[in-house]
Design a protein around this ligand. Structure first.
Ligand code: MG
Length: 389
């Protein structure tokens, strides 16, 4: 079999670098054809040389110009820029799978183009499905491209569903760590610090996702993702707190039994599952040590502790651009919390107020979604000033 050619959008982030590790572990099965990043071009020099990559793209044109002028890349390396550059990397003729891991909305258009060009997509960016689930799933359906979830919960569910008819599935159960404030007394949440919010018990992630994990806005986004990926209404998608992050998610079958997928909390597992799908080979990550006592606990999330989860569910039920409004408001709120302008509990307040103040509508194009996103950001920024502590 010829090695599967991979393009990575978001190559310098943690998903991107873990993807490179997985490719390193399977050199006869996987190769890298294109790499794209926002602006950190220096971090692409090593991988370009190591994997003999012919084409890269930087979303930021200034960074692309720097990269071209640097002389750091091998002669002949094509260095593209902007959305068009990312799209070209994703749609290179030899590419068979795109790992879509760009933070924010910059990956939307390139990923949609890749799906339309019948490239399989390993999807890591939440925004794609949260904002444009309707368009992303339609593009995959129309071209026959595969959409494989990288997010550990959705990847687990995808694995569990592979051999089952839809009628056998009654519920999906997403697991959540509960984040940094799982056991903090409710009355203290108002005064928790940024440093406390950034301490995640199990996963090593960027600050935005770590704070989203503490508010469970992250799990709310994942409920919306799951709704699109698995075509089930959100009232059949449950969330349980599972602090050990070993059970990555579960499915409840028609007879009431639950099936779960377990592995250590390493993103190498879901990434490799996508890259090698449907093959199973040893993953370059630790194994669960069953010689040690393994205690696994689960409990329901307290709505008073995690109001963002309820807000996300409400947005999912409203549908249309409501999830985009939720996502935009949450990003503005988290940024304000990081800057010390908002109390931790102000994040959910701001998201709730923005959702109440912005009307959702059914988007007929990506532009509609992006304008709802921009509108919600403006509204949330204005509201943030009023909540400023
Ligand atoms: Mg996740």
């Amino acid at each position: 079999m010829e090695a599967r050619a991979i393009a990575i959008l978001g190559a310098t982030g943690s998903i991107g670098t873990t993807t490179l590790n997985v490719v390193r572990a399977h050199p006869s099965l996987l190769r890298i054809t294109g790499l794209a990043a926002h602006s950190r071009w220096r971090e692409l020099v090593g991988p370009v040389k190591e994997f003999n990559v012919g084409t890269i793209a930087l979303a930021d044109p200034v960074a692309a110009a720097e990269a071209r002028a640097s002389g750091a890349f091998p002669a002949g390396t094509r260095i593209l820029e902007g959305t068009a550059g990312l799209t070209e990397v994703a749609c290179l003729p030899e590419v068979s799978m795109v790992v879509s891991a760009v933070v924010g909305t910059a990956g939307l258009a390139p990923t949609l183009a890749a799906l339309k060009a019948k490239k399989d997509v390993a999807l890591a960016s939440k925004e794609l499905l949260v904002l444009a689930g309707k368009f992303v799933t339609a593009a995959a359906r129309q071209s026959g491209a595969r959409l494989l979830p990288v997010d550990s919960e959705h990847n687990a569910i995808h694995q569990l569903l592979r051999d089952k008819p839809a009628a056998d599935i009654t519920r999906l159960v997403l697991t959540a760590s509960g984040g940094a404030f799982r056991d903090t007394p409710l009355a203290e949440l108002k005064n928790v610090s940024l440093a406390q919010a950034l301490k995640h018990p199990n996963w090593d992630m960027g600050p935005k996702v770590t704070i989203d994990s503490a508010t469970m806005a992250n799990k709310g986004l994942e409920v919306i993702e799951a709704r699109w990926l698995f075509d089930l209404p959100t009232d059949r998608i449950d969330v349980v707190i599972h602090p050990q992050s070993i059970i990555h998610s579960m499915v409840m079958l028609a007879d009431g039994s639950l099936q779960a997928l377990l592995s250590p909390p390493s993103m190498a597992y879901p990434i490799q599952d996508c890259l090698l799908f449907p093959r199973r080979l040893p993953c370059p990550a630790p194994r669960l040590d069953l010689a040690q006592t393994l205690a696994l606990t689960m409990s329901p999330p307290d709505p008073a502790r995690y109001p963002c989860l309820g807000l996300a569910r409400a947005a999912a039920t409203t549908g249309g651009t409501a999830p985009a409004i939720f996502n935009a408001a949450n990003e503005v709120a988290v940024a304000a919390f990081v800057k010390g302008q908002l109390a931790f509990t102000g994040i959910a307040e701001l998201v709730g107020q923005t959702l109440a103040g912005c009307a959702a509508r059914e988007p007929s194009s990506l532009e509609d979604v992006l304008s709802a996103d921009a509108e919600a950001r403006t509204a949330a920024s204005r509201l943030a000033l009023a909540l400023d502590r």
